[in-house]
Design a protein around this ligand. Sequence first.
Ligand code: CMX
Length: 468
Amino acid sequence: MSLLRTAAFRLIQSNRAFCPALAVGYRHKSTSTNLKDVLANIIPVKQKEVAEFRKNFGNKSVGEVTVDQMYGGMRGIKALVTETSLLDAEEGIAFRGYPIPKCQQLLPKGNGGKGEEPLPEGLFWLLVTGEIPTQAQADAITKAWNARAALPNHVITMLNNFPSNLHPMSQFSAAITALNSESKFAKAYADGVKKSLYWEYVYEDAMDLIAKLPTVAAIIYRNLYRDGTSVGVIDPNKDWSWNFTSMLGFEDPDFTEVMRMYLTIHSDHEGGNVSAHATHLIGSALSDPYLSFAGGINGLAGPLHGLANQEVLIWLTKVQKELGNNYTEQKLKDFVWSTLKAGQVVPGYGHAVLRKTDPRYICQREFALKKLPNDPMFKLVSSLFKIIPDILLEQGKTKNPWPNVDAHSGVLLQYYGMKEMNYYTVLFGVSRALGCMASLIWDRALGLPLERPKSYDTPGLKKLVGAN
Ligand code: CMX
């Protein structure tokens, strides 16, 4: 085993053991099961904290911006405040200070607490409040979302009339945009609501939007890949993920566990990624949450962002088709090199911030090791994990040769029978709503203004740095 491969497996081990939430400490404070009430108590405290912080440190510099950063996708520029999660290049994502293994341990589970994976409802509570919810608090979110799930007729009609060659992400984005007929924020704004109350209406829209997304997504799936039959009705006694998998037409309880995990881990990745940043930017114009999130979804549909999960499965299928299941390490290496030499990226590898194997990859790998260790596609993914980082390092361009979240998700989905790769990014989108909406509520609660950075043309920039 090469040094690099040994390092890759050490990283898996260290990711398992990593637990910065120990430093954060377990936080559960509020007892009310009404999220809006809990939030109404937290917001003034946070507003005061931010006001004092800005008063005392508002003119402190947090770093310089170089010309290369301006041409280079703004990598590393510290320019956004996002309360819900923080991404560390080495340690990966922490949701309100809790890394994924800690969330899996502490958040309420499905099946009345007897399930294996956390409820996304609990994660949403954590993202919004910073507190680990009790089972009763997570269950209250389930109840609220089940009660808000119905779609207006015009959206159902629109979805049923889309041509089958329209990509699922385009359908998803269009339906979210059209759902803004329901926006309570847009109505309140038109009625002249005061700024200090914006967050309350954004909260209502956020809850409605998240509640409706599984039904929208399930209609798209059934129209495109099943016989277009009705998705059925929401079971008020079941959780968000259970209802989603059921509406999609899947019955295996393990698939529901995959869905709970999937919807939890894809939810948020701090504020600078394309989907979160786009939602935040559009929301800063006081476009309502539906319009804002539709913008985020359009960004998620790009192959360098969320569409990579589709691209990974397409690429893996090509590998399988060309090499079969009796491939050798050398043949796999040759295939990866042929992808790179054709000027393409290896999908599922690399990251703009991470410099280590993505903990979201590790968490899905651990699930696969437990539930599908002998699946040929999982074995292929594992074999590639051993060789791709070495190759990317040898090529010498990629700053992060390790796998990201998208390198693994499709493998789990195909194992349970969801083989329609073009659909995978829609699932990512349903999950990403949790983070984007939690952040949008806080954007309005903190009164963040219209976002409008300064841009330059090249002559102006040359003048600015004295290059003429
Ligand atoms: N395969 C081949 N080349 C890669 C690569 C990969 N997986 N990842 C990066 N590179 C290349 C870049 O294309 C770039 O090449 P050029 O200098 O010719 O333009 C060079 O390496 C440097 O890029 P980088 O600084 O390492 O990466 P970026 O921050 O620019 O981009 C990302 C990050 C994710 C877009 C890139 O790693 C990539 O394209 N990966 C494959 C697509 C993917 O998996 N995306 C999903 C990311 C997670 C998500 O958002 O869902």
